[in-house]
Design a protein around this ligand. Sequence first.
Ligand code: HEM
Length: 432
Amino acid sequence: MVGDVLCVQALGHTLIIVSSVNAAIDLFEKRSTIYSDRPASVLAQMIGWMRNLAFMRYDDNWRRMRRLFWHHFQPSAVVQYRPLQQREARHFLQTLLNDQTDLCGRIKLSFCRVLLNATYGLPDKDINHRYVELLEQSDANISEAFIPGAFFVEFMPWLRHIPSWFPGAGWQQKVKQWQAQATGVFEEPYRAGLDAMKRGEASSSMLHELIEAARGKETEINEELIKGTTATVFLAGTDTTVATFYAFFCAMIMHPEVQKRAQEELDAVVGSDRLPEHADRPSLPYTDAILKETLRWHNVAPLGMAHGCMEDDEYRGWTIPKGAAIMINLWSIFHDPQRYPEPDVFRPERYLKDGKLGICPGRHFADDALFINMASVLHVFNISPKLDERGEPIPVEAKVTSGFLSDIVEFEYSICPRSSAAESLIRETNTA
Ligand code: HEM
């Protein structure tokens, strides 16, 4: 380890972890032509995850999919999703008003509804817990598969040819199960989207546009590319935003003074007769800062996604071999006490200026979705600790899970309307 760059070598593989903004910019921005690949993963190939843009190697297929993705998620395109995000944020308020239990499950279903509607045009009535289950399985599988050193097949690719009945090859059973689950993620919402289109019940969607764009261009945009692009949105877009929004609730319980200040801002700007809209954002700098601070305080992808080095390179006098995997330690960058004094404290006053989603191409969509949800919840609800049987608040701590994606461990909470006027506002809102 030298300062902000750590290098680990084992069984012929090199893993480099960079922990500073400068090193990350040097490698991922200034030398992006060398570091835009993903490292080869035998396991990802066996399971079928290479159909997901986030795992694909840097080749023509990746470029094609990335173009299609960006066409639907660049800043000018994401504006089209705002009415849907706003409607769903309001529907979420109503579900919370009716039943406070299972906050995390409710958030998952709410973000699934937005993503599945925008991507596949699925009507609300077709969106159920099966999709939440598909996401939870993928999240768990990916986290387990990418524990460094957990699967020897990554170091000895020939192991993939050993049959599952062979002593010691029990891991192959797990791979089979994961293959079936990965197929579910790529096929089920896709089929459901086509069915909804046939029945005339689908709304306009990325799937519909891709099918139209493919007409006469089948060599460029084929069915596999469409399935991969749409499933990537569903997979990459849901868990990340869900985990961030859940962390926001935790932060609001731990920092009532922040919540109060945001509510004062919302009262002054939005007033008590209506709910917040995206257009209010420029007048809500403190609420906006809460979103930025949530992304910093609880970084849901603490090590980002591994990049692959495409040719031998030299950096600060060291040789980085072709094929090395490079990760950014986003957690340590966003908890660097030099840049963020008392980094564990949730402090929106930092008014972060820089983008907090790394180089995520879904950042504009995530930003809009999280803003409207946070502003809507803060406008009408008080989020506070749950009281125990003696009426004492149950303390909340931000404990985090380890894994590819990091979640805040479930906590107790109480979510109540701020006033009877707020309660009526929620009930009277049209979410059809
Ligand atoms: C809080 C929300 C989110 C966070 C924190 C987040 C974070 C990240 C990070 C750190 C990466 C890895 C970037 C890299 O170094 O290569 C990434 C990649 C990616 N994200 Fe996000 N993301 C979020 C939401 C979304 C949403 C809503 C979408 C889709 C609409 C999305 C789509 C993607 C895709 C497709 C990639 C892979 C890009 C590629 O490999 O070319 N993300 N994200």
